[in-house]
Write a protein that binds this ligand. Structure first.
Ligand code: PLP
Length: 538
């Protein structure tokens, strides 16, 4: 199994080389040359497997045994997801939580324009937040951390690899947890000082392992990203620090995520004719794993791309135009466009302007393959956007439906589901649930409609305790929480002890004030831990 670049101008690599490379040298993303199919008897063969064993089976389909022996893959999967992993012990790695059936109409639904909800609306929540940092990124990054350690241990190099990344929240803490204490690798994560949520900041900076370094940059997330890019594009820095990346473009992350689609499908398939997955989406990594699962043979009826106000994917499915600027047209394209900034929302992990993994999906649909993708990505960079042929949008609509959810509906949805189901959604998950409602309401002019007994699986991408402010706003709308007076009493409803405990732990972080790559390089060069230890304040 070889891995090729979506832009077609980089040499093909083995799986392990593609994992270590991250981005291809032509700027593209690595994808398998052809997508493996599930074995003919998969529904029987996989039926009773644990999450760890299923992950091992699925990953093995993508990796030649001469590249990584499959027994080693099994050990890595067990270490990442088995009983001694960092997932909550005793439970499923990704448990399903069925919701009660009758959920009242949203307060802002207009009965004259919206078809009535198909009642009952059947939803299972697929909880992906039982990992150490309480967000779905743990599933991929626990596996990737172990895989990195394994690949570095068997390479002959004695140089320490520095995993360098920028984060606006969830990725940083999940990457740090995935790599903490690992041999041969250090992890250095830049975040904008004072601009990540207090919980996320505490999660990152309270990890005291010697191979972990947090850098707080005076600036924005984009400034952090620019610093990381600057170091990666400097050959001397790449060589001195042996830089590596674990961002969501790493194919191993997508691969690990396929597991929970297959796992949940097998749990629910007997009760339902048609399973529709609703996925809160930003960089398109999570829902791409669903697309691959479907293409490999899992009969998923539809994947709903649920976006917040940052709706580039939703607009693409509607118009075939891909641009951060909603007003962009091929006619009005010019070389002087200003890149749009993301709109801050209540679901910040989905606040993106472009969806970095989307070019992998585009490659699957492009009439001229990588040649098209390369041209489209050049147009995106130079013209501010691109428009695809109708055949591409048609193929996309076979697989996906999409919906955009504004902040006020996030708050409303959290309140309604607490009242009706006694279940507290995090704001990202609420976007997915709201999109599922709209799909269930029959609002699908842009798609082939599934027939029969439709059941929704809504991916819960974070624990509500990580996003307390939005959840408080939602609960304040509910009847059930009306008697709850203080903010602390409201917290007690949903903030788990592990997050409460973060309030009083020491943490370690280096502050970078002048915001230059040279200063970040100085941090990388320094002996760790050389950094200030301070008390967290939440
Ligand atoms: C990263 C993230 C998302 C978006 O996932 P993508 O793979 O980028 O589409 C959604 N919700 C939460 C909580 C996240 O951390």
């Amino acid at each position: 199994m070889r891995y090729i670049s979506t832009r077609g101008q980089a040499p093909a690599l083995s799986f392990s080389a593609a994992v270590l490379a991250g981005l291809a040298p032509d700027g593209g993303l690595y994808v398998p040359e052809s997508l493996p199919q599930l074995p003919a008897d998969w529904q029987v063969k996989y039926r009773d497997l644990s999450f760890a064993d299923l992950a091992a089976e699925l990953v093995a389909l993508f990796v030649d045994p001469s590249d990584i022996p499959h027994a080693d893959l099994r050990r890595l999967a067990l270490k990442s997801f088995g009983p001694h992993s960092r997932f909550a012990p005793g439970a499923d790695v990704t448990p399903l939580h069925p919701l009660a059936r009758a959920v009242p109409r949203a307060s802002n639904d207009d009965p004259t324009t919206n078809a009535p909800h198909r009642t009952p609306l059947n939803i299972d929540i697929l909880e992906l937040f039982h990992g150490p940092t309480l967000a779905f990124k743990d599933v991929a990054l626990q596996f990737l951390g172990n895989l990195f350690e394994y690949l570095l241990a068997r390479s002959k190099s004695t140089k320490t690899v520095n995993v360098l990344g920028a984060t606006s929240g969830d990725t940083g803490s999940a990457a740090i947890d995935g790599l903490r204490g690992k041999q041969g690798v250090r992890v250095c994560i830049l975040h904008p000082h004072g601009k990540v949520s207090p919980v996320q900041e505490a999660q990152m900076t309270s990890v005291l392992d010697e191979n972990v370094c947090n850098v707080a940059v005076d600036g924005t997330f984009d400034d952090c990203q620019a610093l990381v890019k600057q170091l990666f594009s400097d050959p001397a820095a790449r060589d001195e620090f042996q830089l590596a990346a674990v961002n969501s473009i790493n194919f191993a992350r997508i691969l690990a995520q396929i597991t929970y689609y297959v796992h949940s499908y097998l749990r629910l398939k007997d009760q339902h004719d048609q399973l529709v997955y609703s996925v809160p989406s930003g960089n398109f990594g999570d829902v791409l794993a669903g697309m691959y699962a479907r293409a490999m043979g899992v009969p998923i009826a539809k994947l709903v791309i649920a976006t917040n106000a940052n709706d580039i994917l939703h607009r693409f499915l509607h118009s075939g135009i891909y641009s951060p600027d909603p007003a962009w047209t091929p006619q009005g394209a010019d070389a002087t466009h200003v890149p749009a900034a993301a709109t801050p929302t209540l679901s910040p992990a989905m606040d993106i302007t472009v969806a970095s993994n989307f070019e992998r999906a585009l490659l699957a649909w492009a009439p001229n393959g990588a040649t098209d993708v390369r041209q489209w990505m050049e147009d995106l960079k130079n013209q501010g956007g691109f428009s695809v042929p109708a055949s591409v949008v048609d193929q996309a609509r076979q697989v996906f439906w999409s919906h955009r959810v504004p902040d006020h509906e996030i708050v409303d949805t959290i309140g309604r589901y607490y009242d009706a189901c006694d279940y507290i959604l995090d704001p990202h998950t609420a976007v997915g649930v709201r999109a599922a409602e709209q799909f269930g309401a029959g609002l699908f002019p842009r798609t082939t409609v599934p027939t029969g007994n439709v059941h929704f699986i809504c991916l819960a991408t974070a624990h509500p305790g990580k996003f307390g402010d939005a959840v408080h706003a939602g609960l304040r709308r509910s009847r059930r929480a009306q008697g709850v007076g203080s903010e602390e009493a409201l917290d007690a409803l949903f903030v788990p002890p592990v997050l409460q405990a973060l309030k009083n732990v020491p943490r370690r972080v280096v502050r970078v004030q002048d915001g230059t790559a040279a200063e970040v390089a100085r941090v990388l060069r320094s002996e760790w831990p050389m950094v200030e230890v301070q008390k967290a304040k939440l």
